[in-house]
Design a protein. Structure first.
Length: 291
């Protein structure tokens, strides 16, 4: 039986689930999960960074040396305002949520997901460390991650939470390599799992995305090299059909507006976020020839 009317809450729930399931880069970088603050485009958010300590040699005669647990922080501007708005008829709003999602909402959220991942990948412009043709291996060879790992080791980057993201051509080459040929399919359907190449490689969790374009310039990085900060938007003044929804650091706003002239409803889905390089020394570009 069809719904009498698809509410903003139902649409936001489905939209948020789709956004969460279709992002790749967004789930590999440092996140700030504070959803209490509602923002506007251009606002600045102070993001906490983990505290750092120095291990001292213990001297029983003088005792321990206490250190202040001072957390670092960095300011991130909410500089991206992603929006997908589309018109629907009354008949479409009377569809089951699964049908509505498949026909309209999922493609809309995939567009926002692609924008978020593309904006994060644009942070590669901040990276100065490279491996590739200069080190004798190219992104076509998964063993390029050995060189990337060496760079990060020299920079004293933690060995945990290291990720590598490559493009479709490099992905094809890696899957055809002896290193990855025998990896079994995971069988999972979510985008992050589908993007995962199967097993940890040379100290990195490897992923691929269509948003690394030609000439392909993949990136190997620690989670704390880049940040994605998302904040809920304000509800429009006087909006009767609007909702804000948050889940694991992802936030969406859904607003309805009826167009009396054309007797159809405008559904607007948007989100506010900022991207920033936290530490360029914690990332390495995987350069192809001609990059």
């Amino acid at each position: 039986m069809a719904n009498s009317f698809l509410s903003p809450d139902l649409i936001a729930t489905r939209a948020l689930a789709t956004l969460y399931d279709t992002t790749v880069m967004a789930q590999l970088v440092h996140r700030d999960y504070d959803a209490d603050f509602r923002g506007r485009q251009g606002d600045t958010v102070t993001v906490r960074k983990p505290a750092t300590f120095t291990a001292a040699e213990f001297n029983r005669g003088t005792g321990i040396v206490s250190q202040n647990a001072v957390e670092g922080s960095v300011d991130v501007t909410l500089n991206h305002f992603a929006d997908v708005s589309f018109t629907v008829t009354t008949e479409q709003l009377n569809l089951e949520i699964e049908d509505f999602g498949t026909q309209l909402l999922d493609p809309a959220m995939e567009a926002i997901s692609q924008k978020i991942d593309t904006d994060l990948l644009a942070l590669r412009d901040d990276i100065v460390q490279t491996v590739g043709t200069t080190t004798g291996r190219t992104p076509a060879d998964p063993e390029i991650l050995i060189d990337a790992g060496t760079k990060l080791n020299q920079a004293k980057v933690p060995t945990t939470e290291r990720r590598a993201v490559i493009g479709p051509v490099a992905n094809g080459n890696w899957l055809d390599s002896d290193v990855l040929k025998l990896v079994n399919e995971s069988g999972s359907t979510d985008a992050l799992r589908e993007a995962y190449l199967g097993r940890r490689l040379f100290g990195f969790d490897p992923y691929w995305t269509q948003h690394v374009s030609e000439p392909e310039q993949g990136v190997a990085f620690h989670r704390t090299a880049f940040a994605l900060v998302m904040r809920p938007l304000e509800l429009p003044p006087g909006a009767q059909d609007a909702v804000i929804m948050d889940y694991k650091g992802f936030s969406l706003r859904v607003v309805y507006d009826y167009d009396i002239k054309y007797k159809q409803t405008v559904v607007s889905v948007d989100c506010l976020y900022g991207t920033k390089t936290l530490d360029a020394n914690r990332a390495v570009l995987l350069e192809a020839a001609g990059s």
